[in-house]
Design a protein around this ligand. Structure first.
Ligand code: NAP
Length: 287
């Protein structure tokens, strides 16, 4: 590991949570407890695990976790009704619909039903548009986590060539927009991209958001690059072939212990921010 910078997501997440504790205790004095509502539809084991992890993270931070578990057989209208009730509930500050939802449900319609002020995971098209334009309050949590790591380690983005592999609405596209807003020159790659290794060879910053284990190889990347692996595949395996990329990279996130823990801390951060905002007490709570 000589001269290598290990981008430790656990350290970054702890730093975020330390800052949040002050805000949570400020809110507590004013009788406000931040609340995140999670909606799980069906019994997919991975989704159940993700929702449980998010709920447990809330518990540890004295953030109320309102867990709603709906049957896999519900209709889109049933789900919209649940979201409408949470939108109306003043005790709920953030709403997270765990995806994917069962195939018969119109997922996009459900995302769009989340009130913008409670869209703490940046899933609505309005939230995404605001992020892309540079004034979004709550970007999608994994893209926000990647930027948090960049900021914590004071990594330069201005003028850098960032290559993002993946263009999903929750990850590849918003992280490309965030990096562009930070004055990186951004190339977004996808399954139809030709000559991916040649493009990656030009990257100062590589963001892996592909969903394929060990996909990005050390021989594809440039000596001295920064490698941020958002991938999380079965068996705790990232989208980056860590061992081979470690030799070439200047800085790299591990999996596990990289982007993942910071993503959860971003969800907590956005929920607390939404609580502060809804209580119109930002000044007092953050002072
Ligand atoms: P996704 O919706 O499946 O998107 C994958 C993207 O990769 C698509 O844009 C796809 O291109 C592209 N792609 C697929 N094969 C490719 C290839 N051979 N070359 C170049 N691009 C290719 O996945 P996602 O939801 O964005 O998630 C991506 C990864 O991040 C997964 O490992 C997931 O588990 C992880 N993730 C982690 C967190 C976290 O908290 N750490 C959160 C969310 C997701 P097309 O658009 O052309 O299909």
């Amino acid at each position: 590991m000589d001269n290598k910078l290990l981008l430790d997501g656990i350290v970054v997440a702890e730093n975020v949570k330390e800052q949040l504790k002050k805000q949570v205790s400020g809110l507590k004095k004013l009788g406000v407890r931040p609340c995140l509502a999670t909606i799980l539809v069906g019994d997919d084991p991975s989704s159940e695990t993700y929702v449980r992890m998010k709920g447990n993270a809330c518990d540890k931070m004295e953030i109320v976790s309102k867990r709603i578990h709906l049957s896999k057989d519900i209709t889109t209208d049933d789900l919209l009704q649940t979201i409408a009730e949470l939108n109306e509930d003043p005790a709920v500050h953030g709403i997270l619909l765990q995806h994917p939802v069962p195939g018969h449900i119109d997922e996009r319609k459900a995302f769009e039903a989340i009130a913008i002020e409670k869209d703490v995971d940046g899933v609505t098209s309005l939230g995404y548009g605001q992020t892309a334009l540079g004034f979004g309050e709550y970007p999608s949590c994994t893209p926000a986590a990647i930027l948090e790591i960049i900021d914590f380690y004071k990594l330069e983005t201005k003028g850098m060539h960032a290559v993002v592999v993946g263009r999903s609405p929750i990850l590849g596209k918003p992280v490309s927009a965030l990096l562009l807003n930070r004055n990186a020159t951004v190339t977004t790659c996808h399954s139809h991209t030709r000559n991916l290794p040649q493009i990656l060879k030009q990257a100062d910053i590589v963001v892996a958001a592909v969903g394929k284990p060990n996909f990005i190889k050390g021989e594809w990347i440039k000596e001295g690059s920064i490698v941020l692996d958002a991938g999380y595949n079965k068996g705790n395996i990232g989208d980056v072939d860590y061992e081979s990329c470690l030799h070439k990279a200047f800085a790299i996130t591990p999996v596990p212990g990289g982007v993942g823990p910071v993503t959860i801390s971003m969800l907590l951060k956005h929920t607390v921010q939404a609580a502060v905002k809804s209580s119109e007490i930002k000044g007092e709570a953050t002072s």
